[in-house]
Design a protein around this ligand. Structure first.
Ligand SMILES: *Cc1c(COP(=O)(O)O)cnc(C)c1O
Length: 426
C-alpha cells in the first residue's frame, strides 16, 4: 500500500469494512442477531463497565452498524459516529446529552418540517426550549444566546428551498457562546459539504435520504467532530460529571475526543432505545458505495431542471442556489462547489391552485413526502410537510402557499424536463 490518504470515493466503498474474518465474505454481512456471547465472566463485566469495547446487545451496538458508523465518520472527517433508527432519533439522542429541562437551544427557522414540529412540540414536553433564529441574519443567532443556551442547530443546505447556510459565520457565534454547533447535513451529504471542515462540532443525518439514497430504508447517524471541550463551566454534566450508570466514570476524561459519540451510545441509545436494524444498515452501506456518482448526477440534473423552470412563463420564481442569479449562489460557490444539491423549490404564477394542479399532472415525478431518492419527487409543502405552521411561519421557512418542492433524481434530465413541460403547459 502507498502512504496516500484514500480519497472520498475510495472511502465511500471501503471505509470501516474488511473481508469477514470467519467466512471471507467481501460484502459486509448482516449480523442479524440480538446478542453476542461473552468470552468469560471477566469479559462480560469489562464490557458492561466500559473498560473494553465489544458487542453486547444490538440496541447498543452491532457489527454491521459499526461498519456504517466508521464509514460515515470517515466521509465526514469526524472521530466517531453512532447510527440510530432515523434522522429524528439522531436529533433526540444528540440533544439529550446536551440539555437539561429548562435549557435552550437555538435553531435556524429554515428546517425540515418534521424538525420544526419535533423542536416546537415534542422537545418542549421534555423542557428543552427552542429559540428560533434566521440564517440570513447571523446577528439573530447572537441575540438569541442566553446563559441557558446549550447548542445551535442548523441545516447545511436548508429545507425546503435549498438555501445554503453560512456555517463558518454561525460556528463563530457558537464558539463565542461556548456551545457546540450541530449541523444537519442531510440535504448536502458529505460529498457536497463537510460541515466539520467549516467549524461544526456535531453532524447529524437522516440516512433515509441521499446517503441511503434509494428510498428504501430509514436510518439516522450522529458524527462527533471531536472538537468540543465538554468540561468547561459544568455546562454539560452528561459528559463532564461522574456517571452513576457506569461506576462514576467521567465520559470526557475517559474517552477524550470521541466522548460525545460514546455518550450518545451508552447514555442515549442504550436508555432511549432507537436502534437501527442491521438490515437497514446493510441497505444504507450499499447505497453509500455509490454516493459520489449519484450525488453528482442529482446535482447536474437539478441544475438543468432549475434552469428550465427559471425560463418557463408559468413560473414566478425558482429558489435554487446553483443558479447564478440566486441569492445563495455566492455561498453555494464557497460551501458546495461540486453542486448545490438536488432539493429546491419554485413558485407558480397561478399560486396555490396552480401548485396543487401541477403536482397532480406530473407523471414521472412521484408525489410523496421524501427527498433524496434515485427517483424524482414532488410535494406541495404548504399543504403537507409544513401545513402545521401558520401562514407567516410558512413564508418565513420558505414554504409559502405558492411553493412546490422538488427532489431531483438520477433519471435522464430530458425526461424530467419533458414531464414538467407537459404538466406546466396542460
Ligand atoms: C428527513 C429529514 C429528517 C428526519 O429524518 P427521518 O429519517 O425521516 O427521521 C431530518 N432532517 C432533514 C433535513 C430531513 O430531510
Amino acid at each position: 500500500m502507498s502512504d496516500r490518504l484514500p480519497g472520498f470515493s475510495t472511502l465511500a466503498v471501503h471505509a470501516g469494512a474488511q473481508p469477514d474474518p470467519t467466512t471471507g465474505a467481501r460484502a459486509t454481512p448482516i449480523y442479524q442477531t440480538t446478542s453476542f456471547v461473552f468470552n468469560d465472566a471477566d469479559h462480560a463485566a469489562s464490557l458492561f463497565g466500559l473498560q473494553a469495547f465489544g458487542n453486547i446487545y444490538t440496541r447498543i451496538g452491532n457489527p454491521t452498524n459499526a461498519v456504517l458508523e466508521e464509514r460515515v465518520a470517515a466521509l465526514e472527517g469526524g472521530t466517531a459516529a453512532l447510527a440510530v433508527a432515523s434522522g429524528h432519533a439522531a436529533q433526540v439522542v444528540v440533544l439529550q446529552q446536551l440539555l437539561q429541562p429548562g435549557d435552550e437551544f437555538i435553531a435556524a427557522r429554515k428546517l425540515y418540517g418534521g424538525s420544526i414540529n419535533q423542536f416546537s412540540h415534542a422537545f418542549k414536553s421534555f423542557g428543552w426550549n427552542v429559540v428560533w433564529a434566521d440564517s440570513d441574519d447571523i446577528a439573530s443567532f447572537e441575540r438569541a444566546v442566553t446563559p441557558r443556551t446549550k447548542a445551535i442547530f442548523i441545516e447545511s443546505i436548508a429545507n425546503p428551498g435549498g438555501s445554503i447556510t453560512d456555517i463558518e459565520a454561525i460556528s463563530t457565534v457558537a464558539r463565542k457562546a461556548g456551545v457546540p454547533l450541530i449541523v444537519d447535513n442531510t440535504l448536502a451529504s458529505p460529498y457536497l459539504i463537510r460541515p466539520i471542515d467549516h467549524g461544526a462540532d456535531i453532524v447529524v443525518h437522516s440516512l433515509t435520504k441521499f446517503l441511503g439514497g434509494h428510498g428504501n430504508s430509514l436510518g439516522g447517524i450522529i458524527v462527533d467532530a471531536g472538537t468540543f471541550d465538554w468540561s468547561t463551566g459544568g455546562k454539560y454534566p452528561m459528559l463532564s460529571e461522574p456517571r452513576p450508570e457506569y461506576h462514576g466514570i467521567r465520559l470526557q476524561e475517559t474517552f477524550g475526543n470521541f466522548a460525545f459519540a460514546i455518550a450518545c451510545r451508552v447514555l442515549g441509545l442504550r436508555d432511549l432505545g432507537p436502534a437501527l436494524s442491521p438490515f437497514n444498515a446493510f441497505m444504507i452501506l450499499t447505497g453509500i458505495e455509490t454516493l459520489p456518482l449519484r450525488m453528482q448526477k442529482h446535482c447536474d440534473n437539478a441544475k438543468a431542471v432549475a434552469e428550465f423552470l427559471a425560463g418557463h412563463p408559468a413560473v414566478a420564481s425558482v429558489s435554487y442556489a446553483g443558479l447564478a442569479s440566486d441569492k445563495y449562489n455566492q455561498l453555494a460557490r464557497k460551501y458546495a462547489p461540486k453542486g448545490a444539491g438536488a432539493v429546491f423549490t419554485f413558485s407558480l404564477k397561478g399560486g396555490y391552485d396552480a401548485g396543487v394542479g401541477l403536482v397532480s399532472k406530473l407523471q414521472l415525478f412521484s408525489h410523496l413526502a421524501n427527498v433524496g431518492d434515485t427517483r424524482s419527487l414532488v410535494i406541495h409543502p404548504a399543504s403537507t410537510t409544513h401545513s402545521q405552521l401558520d401562514d407567516a411561519a410558512k413564508v418565513k421557512s420558505g414554504a409559502g402557499p405558492d411553493v412546490v418542492r422538488l427532489s431531483i433524481g438520477i433519471e435522464d434530465k430530458e425526461d424530467l424536463i419533458a414531464d414538467l413541460e407537459q404538466a406546466l403547459g396542460a
